[in-house]
Design a protein around this ligand. Structure first.
Ligand SMILES: *Cc1c(COP(=O)(O)O)cnc(C)c1O
Length: 430
């Protein structure tokens, strides 16, 4: 297709990045189930290895099926390029890798997916990196936390599981002033509901496992680059601005301009870390992404109705859905994600931990699983599962207190979902 800016989201989610297969005319993107690609001749091979010519060498680096998905997601997010990875957590490491050196830190939101809190508070320390966790509602605290070794600010547009909304534009201004990128995890919101790059983010990461695939079949991740950050403006990002010894002195920023981050992600990140998405996974995600906007509209309308029903139910203490008028994040949600606050939220059940466990066990349509963004409605008691590794204080900060459950509202008939919650709540609070 020609210039994507001529087309609407519903068209791009089907067509961006894809063209009829040049070999066969196949209309659907084939699964290029191959490890390697035959070079035309030795000269061609040398040009590819020198990054003088773009093409396929080996599927740890690039694969035609994965490449279509990369272009599709980059287009939907309004970025210049994207690198797909084996999972959302891989994408987070791939986003940080070009920015960080031992001794560097990131500022991370206190309200992040529990697995990300663990990755940032524990695992990245082994690389000599660290994270300072800050409440992103407190912009002065965010500003104050930035120091000379800070290389990025990281937050979720709509936080999993608490549904808190981050003021992406305000935090982007702080990152701009500090000369560092803002990285937004847009997994819960999706590019249909939130456009972090338009709000000033430099990089967007996704767990494509969730809404982008949309049917709970494969894990995957993606890092999208806005192409707008000047990596040479300071000496903070030598991997991108300085000669790369593992590529005989190539300077990524000078050679690839706005595509520097994406090329580094493939040529160094995937080459040496190997967290590659496989073509089967890319295929499932391409199938799912074709209906992203249609599904998100239903996820949002079902979630709005269910959140409202729960809020008025005497068995429920609180509902933290930013789409509710009563939410302290409702006004911000209208700015950050004007088409809706996604299908994910938490609620507190009277009767605490035990009632939550009983509720989860009594539901018939909702599945008790550690996933979100499926067409199926899902529920999990975060404190005893995904957020189990956190202290009770961290659990509360992340919106995963012991008396709360997280629901990912699916696209089923909303009356059926409400009836299921109703019967299970009766058992849980009897
Ligand atoms: C699931 C999730 C991740 C991690 O993604 P995986 O694909 O499970 O590795 C990161 N961020 C958010 C917001 C998530 O929901």
């Amino acid at each position: 297709m020609s210039d994507p800016s001529n087309y609407g989201f519903d068209t791009l989610q089907i067509h961006a990045g894809a063209r009829p297969d040049p070999a066969t005319g196949a209309r659907q993107t084939p699964i290029y189930q191959t490890t390697a690609y035959v070079f035309r001749d030795a000269e061609h091979a040398a040009a590819l290895f020198n990054l003088q010519e773009v093409g396929y060498i080996y599927s740890r680096l690039t694969n035609p099926t994965v490449a279509v998905l990369q272009e599709r997601i980059a287009t939907l997010e309004g970025g210049v390029g994207a690198v797909c990875c084996s999972s959302g957590h891989a994408a987070q490491i791939m986003a940080l890798f070009p920015l960080m050196q031992p001794g560097c830190n990131i500022i991370a939101s206190t309200r992040l997916y529990g697995g990300t809190v663990t990755q940032f508070s524990q695992t990245i320390k082994r690389f000599g990196w660290s994270a300072k966790f800050v409440d992103m509602d407190d912009l002065d605290a965010v500003k104050a936390a930035v120091d000379d070794n800070t290389r990025a600010i990281f937050g979720e547009a709509i936080a999993n599981p608490g549904g808190h909304i981050m003021d992406v534009r305000a935090v982007a201004d702080i990152a701009d002033e500090a000369g560092i990128p803002l990285i937004i995890d847009n997994t819960t919101a999706t590019p249909y509901l939130c456009r972090p790059i338009e709000l000033g983010a430099t990089l967007v990461v996704h767990s494509t496992t969730k809404y982008l695939t949309g049917n709970g079949t494969v894990t995957g991740g993606c890092v999208v680059d806005s192409g707008k950050f000047d990596w040479t403006a300071s000496d903070k990002f030598p991997s991108l601005s300085q000669p790369e010894p593992a590529y005989h002195g190539l300077k990524f920023a000078e050679t690839f301009g706005p595509l520097a981050f994406t090329f580094h992600g493939i040529a160094i990140g995937l080459r040496d870390l190997g967290m590659t998405m496989n073509p089967q996974a890319a295929h499932y995600t391409l199938m799912g992404i074709e209906t992203l906007s249609l599904r998100m509209e239903r996820h949002v309308s079902n979630a709005e109705k269910i959140a409202e029903w729960l809020e008025n139910d005497p068995r429920i203490e609180t509902v933290t859905y930013a789409g509710l008028k009563s939410s302290p994040y409702n006004a911000l949600a209208k700015k950050v994600c004007p088409k809706g606050a996604s299908g994910l939220f938490t609620f507190a059940v009277k009767g605490g931990y035990d009632a939550c466990i009983k509720l989860v066990d009594s539901l018939e349509i909702f599945s008790h699983v550690a996933n979100l963004g499926d067409t199926r409605s899902l529920i999990i008691h975060s404190a005893s599962t995904t957020h189990r590794q956190l202290t009770e204080e961290q659990q509360k900060a992340a919106g995963a207190a012991p008396n709360m459950v997280r629901v990912s509202i699916g696209t089923e008939n909303v009356e059926d979902l409400i009836a299921d919650l109703d019967q299970a709540l009766s058992k849980a609070t009897a």
